[in-house]
Structures are given as C-alpha cells and as structure tokens.
Design a protein around this ligand. Structure first.
Ligand code: FHN
Length: 466
C-alpha cells in the first residue's frame, strides 16, 4: 500500500509538471544502474528481446472511410485521411456516428496473432485523429460516447490477450490530435489530386495556423491539451487495463521536455513497461529504436535495441483500394533478416470498420504461422548473427547453436558457411531433424544438404557447436 501511495503522489506531482521522470534506466550510453526498487532495463526488455515478433493494429474511425472521402481516394496511408482530406471536425464526428464494428471478435484476432507466432500486440489506443478506442473521462471523442457501438474496444482485447498469454501494448499519439482542441497537427498538403476547389484556400489556412485546418482544433492551447487529454488518457491506459507491456509513443510534434516529462512520469504506474523512442527525441530515448517500413543495414546498427514496424500492404489503417500486399515469402524473410540483425518485427494489420482483419492479412498470418510452427526456434530468443553477411540466407544464434535460414538452396548440395568458429557437435535440418554431414573446407564449414530445399520460403539448418 505504501509503495502504491508514493507512486500515486508522484504521479500527481508529475502530472502537474513538478517532478522529474522516475529513475528509469533507458536506452543509450551512460545508463546508471536502476534503483533497488526499479527493474533494470535488461530485466524489462528480456521478454521483448526473446519475442522478436509482434502484431501492430491500426484501427479507428478512419477505417469507416477506408481511404475514400467525398468521392476522392486519399493519397498515402488511410489513417491520415482526416488530415490529407482536411475534413472538418464536425464532418469527421459524423463519420464516427457510423462506426459500429459489430463483427469485432478480439478472441479471433488474438488467436490469429498467436497462430502466426506473434508474442505481443500493440494497438492504436488513440491515433492522430484523437479518437480513443476506449472509454475515456478526459474526452467524449471516444468509441463509448461518440459511436453507435458504445463499448470499450480495448477491454475485450486485453482479456483475450490474457487468455492466450499474449503481451498487450498500447500505441498512443501523445502530441498529434486533430479533434481534441489544442492537439498538434503535423502539416501535410491537401491530398494530391484532391478535387476540392478550396484546396488552395485550405492550404493557405493551414500554413497560417501551424497545420490546423479547422478553427475547432485551436480553441485550446497545446499545454491545455497535454494536461486535459494526453496525460489523463495515458493515465487511464496505464491504470484501467492491468499489466501493459508496451507504450508505443508516436510523432512528438510540438512536444517539449515539460510535456514529455509529465507523460514519462506516468510510466511509474507500470514499472515493468517498456517504451519506444518517439515520446520526444533526443531527450527521451525510451527503451528501443523504431525504424519504420525498412530493415536497417548492418552498418546502421549501433547496438541499441530496435524494432522495425511495417505494413503488410501500403497503409497502416484499412484502405479498400490498397491491394499492394507483400507476399508471405517477403514477410517471413523480413522476419528472419530482422532477427539475424538482433531486432524485432512489428507487423501491422488494419482492420475494417466492421471489425474484421482483411482477408489478405488473414492469409498472410496463416502462411507465416505455418513457417513459424516448424522454424520458430530460429527466431525466438536468438541473437544477431556473429558471421559476415551470407549470400544464400541469414544466421541467428542461441548459445552454441547456429540457425542457418537458407533462402537460396545450394544446387550442388553443399552449403558453405564462412566464419563458424568451433567444432561442430551436430548439424541437422530443423524441419524433421535429419542429421547432416559437415566438413571443414577452404571457405569455411561445408554442410552436405539434400538436393531439394525442405521449405520454399526458407529452410533452416541447425548447427550445434561443441
Ligand atoms: O503518422 C504515423 C502513421 O500513421 C503510423 O501510425 C506510423 C506507424 O509507425 N507512425 C507514424 C508515421 O511515422
């Protein structure tokens, strides 16, 4: 009780901007050792480093529009439709009054993530349009008060995650908010090809109003927005849903150290939580970096923890016209490449307004699950490859075991692995366990493999060293 009391007092002080962030050990050089009553960063990060693979979910009112507004297909990602379409606040609220995800089945969502081999889910509790997927006392602009659905969407998803042993995290757009007054707006030009005759006038208005396009967005200051909406909602998310594994901040537009300090202090409510590097750079590095839509080159890596977030097609939020789906081969090989460099893969699904995953996403998750069921050992709990880049695939390691994921199976039946140090105790196919002969060759370890690759996407050879 005493600890909770002090935590409570601290959080109130922090929310008023008086307190400094808790001594949370974060990423980056010069990390001091954590206090006796706080977990070290390594302790907090342990499950995440083992997990390697998670699901991102971008869901909200924008799914109702599915990338289309006023007869126009908005360019780029669909969750930005309100900004790129310069949709007035009152108009966007009308869209929310159609949002009624009657087919929402969080149990099925979590089962699909689990069957795909994912170990954590991060869902947009509130994206830049300010729409909260949860019942919030800080703003009526939420699924309970502003839609016919009228129920908290996060609670049943959290329950399903508990049921299936899935970690749950929340994405929260802490600065950008295009509906709650005072929220920041990252300025984007009106969507290309936009038919609106007023687009020049609108662009002039946004230029003169730091990106805002509707006077309803600026009836409050950003400081008031932080105190009245952002801080209270993050507190609701970290208080009302039990253990929250991840807080995924995004786009620190207009953030100050003071605003960030108030938000960062709320992490005291969840001592085990981990956060990303997007609260406010560079002063709040969080626990890991977040390259987006790309896999860093080895030369880009600096030893910090990192997670690549990526869409399955070209948009985070659901867009009916975007059929640019990545193949299962691409998605699995991305996962392997990322793990071979010591990173995590946060792969996105953009559910429809009815509450369903798009069929291509379901199909991709199933295909990934088939590969992971056989080869998950090559991903989970592994570390980055110690070898030089391999022309035919990737390597991950776990203790004295090398997992060689072969994309290009050798036609001559000889897999050459330069740089493996130490005597081989055993080599085998991960799928089925068939033992393989090895020898030392001029160019490194030579493993004799069957003529046909066991798996069209990636075949894993397991090499155990003495
Ligand atoms: O603007 C957002 C975008 O909509 C999406 O949420 C991505 C996901 O990482 N983050 C921002 C762009 O970096």
């Amino acid at each position: 009780m005493k600890k909770a009391f002090f935590t409570g007092v601290f959080v109130v002080m922090a929310a008023c901007g008086f307190a400094q962030p808790l001594a949370r050990e974060t990423a980056g050089p010069g990390n001091g050792s954590a206090g006796s009553d706080t977990l070290t960063r390594d302790q907090r990060m342990a499950w995440w480093r083992d997990a390697r693979f998670g699901m991102f979910i971008h869901w909200g009112v924008y799914a109702q529009l599915a990338g289309e507004y006023d007869g126009h297909t908005i360019g780029k990602a669909a969750e930005w439709i309100m900004n790129r379409g310069k949709i007035p606040v009152a108009e966007y609220h009308k869209v929310a009054r159609q949002f009624n995800p009657v087919k929402y089945d969080p149990d099925a969502w979590v089962r699909m993530a689990k069957d795909a081999g994912m170990k954590y889910i991060v869902i947009t509790a509130k994206h830049h349009d300010g729409f909260a997927l949860f019942g919030s006392k800080a703003s009526k602009w939420n699924v309970v008060d502003a839609t016919p659905y009228g129920k908290d969407l996060l609670k049943p998803l959290v329950a399903a995650c508990r049921k299936y042993g899935m970690k749950i995290g929340f994405y929260y757009s802490q600065a950008q908010d295009w509906n709650n007054p005072g929220g920041a707006v990252a300025r984007k030009p009106t969507s290309e090809g936009w038919a609106n005759p007023d687009s020049a006038k609108i662009d002039a208005y946004t230029a003169a109003h730091s990106g805002h396009w509707d006077p309803a967005q600026t009836t409050d200051s950003m400081g008031d927005y932080i105190d009245k909406v952002s801080v209270p909602q993050v507190k609701e998310l970290l208080t009302n849903y039990g253990d929250v594994a991840v807080l995924w901040w995004d786009t620190p537009t207009g953030m100050t150290d003071a605003y960030a300090g108030k938000l960062h202090a709320l992490l005291a409510l969840q001592p085990k939580i981990i956060t990303n590097d997007r609260l406010k750079r560079p002063d709040f590095p969080g626990d890991y970096k977040t390259p987006e839509q790309k896999i860093p080159k080895l030369s880009d890596l600096d030893g910090q923890d990192w997670e690549t977030c990526m869409t399955m097609n070209g948009t985070w939020g659901f867009k009916a016209s975007d059929h640019n789906w990545k193949t299962p081969t691409t998605l699995v090989r991305n996962l392997i490449d990322i793990a071979s460099k010591g990173g995590n893969y946060l792969l996105n699904v953009g559910p429809t307004a009815e509450g369903e995953f798009p069929q291509p996403s379901i199909d991709a998750l199933k295909a990934i699950g088939v590969w992971m069921k056989v080869n998950g050992a090559a991903i989970y709990g592994t570390k980055a490859s110690p070898l030089a880049p391999l022309p035919w695939g990737r390597c991950t390691v776990k203790g004295k075991v090398y997992y060689l994921s072969v994309f290009d199976w050798p036609a001559d039946g000889k897999l050459v692995v330069p740089g493996v140090k130490g005597e081989v105790k055993k080599a085998s196919l991960l799928a089925g366990g068939a033992a393989l002969k090895t020898a030392s060759g001029a160019d490194g370890l030579v493993i004799t493999v069957p003529a046909a690759a066991p798996d069209a996407i990636a075949s894993v050879v397991k090499v155990e060293l003495k």
